[in-house]
Design a binder for this molecule. Sequence first.
Ligand SMILES: Nc1ncnc2c1ncn2[C@@H]1O[C@H](COP(=O)(O)OP(=O)(O)OP(=O)(O)O)[C@@H](O)[C@H]1O
Ligand SMILES: [Mg+2]
Length: 417
Amino acid sequence: MKRRMVKTLLIVGGGIEQVRAYELARELGLVVVGSDVDPSAPALRHAHHVLVASTRDAGATVAAARRFHKTVRRIDGVMTLANDVPLTVARVAAALGLPGNTVRTGEIASDKLLMKRVFEAAGVPVPPYRPVASPDEVREAIEAWGYPVVVKPVDGRGARGVLRLTPEVDVDWAFARAREISDRGEVLAEKFVPGLQLSTESMVYRGRCYTASWSERNYENLARFAPYIIEDGGVLPATLSPRMAAAVDDVVARAARAMGVTDGPVKGDIVLGPDGPVVIELAARLSGGYLCTDQIPLARGVDLVRQTIKVRLGEPLDPSDLAPEHRCYIGVRHFFPPPGRVTSVTGFEELLEEPWVVKAGLYTGPGDVVEPTSDHTKRAGFVFTRAETAAAAERLAVRAVERVRFEVEPLGTDPDG
Ligand SMILES: Nc1ncnc2c1ncn2[C@@H]1O[C@H](COP(=O)(O)OP(=O)(O)OP(=O)(O)O)[C@@H](O)[C@H]1O
Ligand SMILES: [Mg+2]
């Protein structure tokens, strides 16, 4: 049989944050297959072939991929980015015999309770946790650990239904809210670990974990958004002592190993607690928020999207491509307009002309309704700035956000009445 030279890559999900992976795959000369429930999803314009299947529906994605693989072209690799569907990707890889996480790893990555059990069994530090089946069990957890306690759906994403309980928060309401958001109707309680919050981005290659970047996540608005836990940007790279950086990298590596990730990207949510780094969770995928496509290449000189494409095609990586170097600091802030109907937005276009703004996006415009901020999907946009110091990068990001004005009229006011 003649050896086929051009490889085919399936990218699960065709959202705006995925465009870069499609473009890069084309630049690398690959045949690109994209899948999404919405055939007009923005990244699919860059695909050679489209499979219509919900990224959250593993069965449908596997069926579509299998059909394509058999009847159109052999698929050589499958990946995603900025899309929390590790089980879908793992199941496609297993069904077609492609490099990737095992289905077991995909299952662990999609269940916050199972993940904590796996980490605990492997000696990876996690917050005290317990599954809770009723508000009374949440009260028992509060009794045991003291306030604050976090409740969350075991299968949530984007911080939906993640609530920080303090004495003012109604426990019955919080439990019901977290449960309502869980597809499985299952809720997890955890002790809230105080300390610096980090997001880490790493590549595991042949069992070794190479951390490219740590971002410091800004939670100074915890009180404003309470009881919701809303991140308002941050700065990258985080300022860590070499000892702390090594300790963080070590827990990420151990967490990845415990989950069974031997090759592929992992994204950690880590808190530097009073007793050292604690793993809130580890996602077995590339992160969203344009971290891997924009922020990390600029600040750290590592292209995790390119490395993921290679590793998912079963190609060898060069560890020197995974070693970060310091290039600059990136400051990040989000837009949080007040709730209501937006009548005008001013100052955004001007921002894009500033040399220190590296990227900015706006999801909300005139006529849109802004809901109270209850999770990360409610953010109205973002700005990334670049500077020589962490403080300057953050200051610029704060200033940039202040320069954009949202005029909003309250909802439920009847202009004729
Ligand atoms: N036990 C905890 N202690 C301290 N902070 C926590 C705890 N649990 C959650 N958080 C904070 O809330 C954020 C969201 O929680 P979690 O990651 O469990 O939910 P998620 O829906 O996966 O959100 P995201 O998609 O933003 O990661 C965490 O990244 C962390 O910053
Ligand atoms: Mg998370």
